[in-house]
Design a protein around this ligand. Structure first.
Ligand SMILES: NC(=O)c1ccc[n+]([C@@H]2O[C@H](COP(=O)([O-])OP(=O)(O)OC[C@H]3O[C@@H](n4cnc5c(N)ncnc54)[C@H](O)[C@@H]3O)[C@@H](O)[C@H]2O)c1
Length: 667
């Protein structure tokens, strides 16, 4: 058998490999819609054959025709490598460039069987968040990364490695774009078609950008959201308060852990037993029931005792909502994290059908399945409305719940506006993003937990220092983040790579990164660190119902910020950059971008991190400030005081009543 290194260097083999075994315990992507006409199927297969020598075409063509029929997509399962895929220590990768080796580590983490949602189909999370479209792309990309030098850049078109191009050491090693469409061709329907043709993919946020760090990535943000939701509702803590929601999948699984960390009684419905058991076995879900009466008795007891628990309901969330709405059961907080960015192809399981029936119907009769989904959303919203009338605070969790419910005809509108806010509109936007706080993260490429522990301590010390001089308006955030990082290792959040997330503002990110770089230089940390973030951040994402939902000057429907961010990161020192269509809320609904930056203790790393992180956060703050968000105006003014080379245009605030008078007089 070939070693891991040999298999990487081989790339796409010349011969036809044996079909690897499928482990039946691994979660599989649902069959995708058979959407192509016979003529388009020919094109899809012809496209796929571009990776193979002509003498093997006859064999592969039959195999791919079969995959299209069986799975709706061509995954090239036969090319799945024999080597186990996981984030190995950086020095194990066959590579000429250390930066490229770090990227290989990050790619492998995204496809680790313990991390990825549907690893056989190269899906990391969110139902369709792909790293690659097929296994040939994985093999070819890893080979290119192994061969590349520091004066080349690998160009990735939606999972397809277009190739290595000459560049220079200061350029990004990889530039990724996923799903970039001509705007008029960016509908969900067309996504299915072009994805099946093999010319585009849905990269989500951190899947196709190699920056997923398991559900931990979202636990911190979810904890912040939960704590601030109750602060908004009553100003109190979450002890003895009930939070009802759904989803124990890739990101949504974080709700279980966050409920416990935040001190609430979390009740989380999940229809897929595999997804629920994964979280239970991992210890994030403290217990589960498939009987609603038993579940509610247990939850009531937990409320009385002020226990911090996460109780799973193995079943449909609509049944859960309708049951609590019918009873006198008090629910303080509510949300939903089914994958409604992908409503009709497996993201949402409608009430009245079993999990298996849904999987069968969505492939066999998409129109009938769509009707089930929409009827289910109408029922779900009716139940949520009853609880909201009784005092529950409900928010959209960035999964397009409000949007899809509206499209389904549910009772979700108050005139022109949705009845409920998105979590960004009321919480993440005004409390975090406007001040620059976002999901900063790092990965210790040694794979050594001791390195991660050191980074936790370093970050903790930086925040403690910042708390001594910070302005009052960010004190609460810093205190929450200090608590988070102090307890992070106790909470056992690592799944996959030795990674940590920590919400931080521009100053915090730069100071923490510099302190890491110094520690690597002194040998206190044993190997380079990858810095990055979720795209779901201050500057990374233009998404009118999510990240930019608290922008009210009309520019929430523009995407200049995300594109500027991607380009600006690229020439300020990022190791790789990515720009995607659709992350989080769905194809055509958002443009999002991100970066990865490898620091190795050198002065060059220090130059890059200062320049790039400063831009990466302040770009978004300046845009939020121009949209008249007061927190952002204050924050960008402070940044200008500290950095004389920063000169941002500050808005003058007009008197709206005066303008209205002028308009009325004209009419
Ligand atoms: N966690 C966050 O902070 C966050 C932030 C932004 C967006 N989101 C969005 O949340 C959604 C979920 O993300 P994910 O990665 O967990 O996706 P996922 O597909 O891995 O998980 C969703 C889960 O919901 C379950 N489900 C679907 N319909 C159900 C139903 N009717 N009843 C019970 N369970 C049902 C599915 O079985 C699945 O396990 C996505 O749309 C994502 O973009 C999450």
């Amino acid at each position: 058998m070939k070693s891991f290194q040999e298999e990487i260097l081989e790339g796409i083999p010349d011969y036809i490999p044996e079909l690897p075994n499928f482990d039946l315990n691994i979660n599989r992507a649902p069959k995708r819609r058979d959407i192509l006409s016979p003529k388009e199927k020919v094109l899809a297969i012809k496209n796929a054959l571009r990776y193979f020598r002509p003498e093997t075409h006859n064999f592969w063509a039959k195999e791919f025709a079969n995959e299209l029929k069986e799975y709706g997509r061509i995954y090239m399962y036969r090319l799945r490598p024999k080597h186990p895929i996981y984030a190995r220590p950086i020095y194990e990768y066959p590579a000429k460039s250390r930066q490229a080796a770090a990227i290989m580590l990050m790619i492998q983490n995204n496809l680790d069987f313990a991390v990825a949602q549907h690893p056989y189909e190269l899906i990391t999370y969110g139902g369709n968040g792909a790293v690659f479209q097929n296994w040939a792309q994985y093999r070819l990309t890893m080979k290119y990364l192994a061969e590349m030098t520091e004066d080349q850049t690998l160009v990735m078109y939606s999972g397809h490695p277009m190739g290595l191009f000459p560049s220079h050491p200061d350029a990004p090693r990889v530039v990724v774009t996923n799903g970039m469409m001509i705007p008029n061709y960016s509908s969900k329907e067309l996504y299915e078609k072009y994805n099946a043709l093999g010319v585009t993919q849905y990269g989500q946020m951190t899947a196709g950008s190699y920056m997923y760090i398991g559900p931990q990535g979202i636990v911190h943000g979810t904890t912040i959201t939960l704590m601030n939701a109750e602060r908004l509702r009553t100003g109190e803590t979450l002890a003895g308060k009930v939070f009802v929601t759904s989803g124990l999948g890739g990101m949504s699984g974080a709700q279980a852990k966050a409920s416990v960390i935040a001190g609430a009684v979390g009740i989380i419905a999940e229809i897929n037993p595999k997804a629920l058991l994964k979280r239970y076995e991992q210890g994030w879900l403290t217990e589960y029931y498939d009987d609603l009466d038993k579940l509610l008795l247990r939850a009531e007891k937990a409320r009385q005792n002020k226990e911090a628990v996460s109780i799973g309901y193995l079943g449909n969330v609509v049944d859960l909502w309708e049951k609590v709405a019918k009873l006198d059961f008090v629910v303080e907080l509510g949300s939903d994290q089914t994958s409604l960015h992908n409503p009709f192809s497996g993201g949402y399981y409608p009430v009245g059908l079993t999990f298996e029936q849904s999987n069968e119907l969505m492939a066999r009769n998409p129109e009938e399945f769509k009707k089930y989904v929409q009827d289910s959303l109408i029922r779900q919203v009716d139940a949520i409305n009853q609880l909201a009338d009784r005092g529950m605070y409900f928010w959209d969790y960035g999964n397009a719940f409000l949007l899809e419910s509206k499209r389904a005809g549910a009772n979700i509108m108050n005139g022109e506006k949705f009845k409920y806010p998105s979590y960004v509109e009321n919480i993440m936007g005004p409390i975090c993003f406007d001040y620059g706080f976002g999901p900063f993260r790092w990965v210790c490429t040694s794979g050594n937990p001791a390195d991660l522990e050191k980074t936790d301590k370093i970050a903790q010390k930086v925040i403690e220092d910042m708390l001594t001089t910070c302005p009052t308006e960010i004190k609460q955030q810093l205190e929450d983040n200090l608590k988070w990082i102090t307890e992070a290792s106790k909470n056992k959040l690592v799944v996959g790579s030795q990674a940590r997330i920590l919400y931080a503002d521009a100053e915090g990110r730069m100071r923490i990164a510099k302190a890491f770089n110094d520690a690597i230089a002194k040998g206190e940390i044993s190997a380079p660190i990858v810095l990055g973030r979720d795209h779901h951040d201050v500057s990374g994402t233009d998404s009118p119902y999510r990240e930019t939902a608290n922008i009210y000057d009309g520019s929430q429907f523009t995407a200049d910020m995300a594109v500027q961010n991607f380009v600006g990161d690229a020439f300020r020192g990022a190791t790789w950059v990515s720009l995607h269509n659709g992350g989080g809320v769905g194809w055509g609904e958002v443009i999002n971008g991100g970066f990865g930056l490898v620091i190795d203790g050198s002065p060059d790393s220090e130059r890059r991190l200062k320049s790039m992180l400063f831009w990466d956060v302040n770009n978004g703050i300046s845009r939020r400030s121009w949209a008249r968000n007061q927190g952002a105006v204050n924050t960008i003014k402070r940044a200008m005081e500290k950095e004389p080379k920063l000169k941002v245009t500050i808005p003058y605030i007009a008197n709206e009543a005066e303008i209205e008078k002028i308009i009325q007089e004209l009419n």
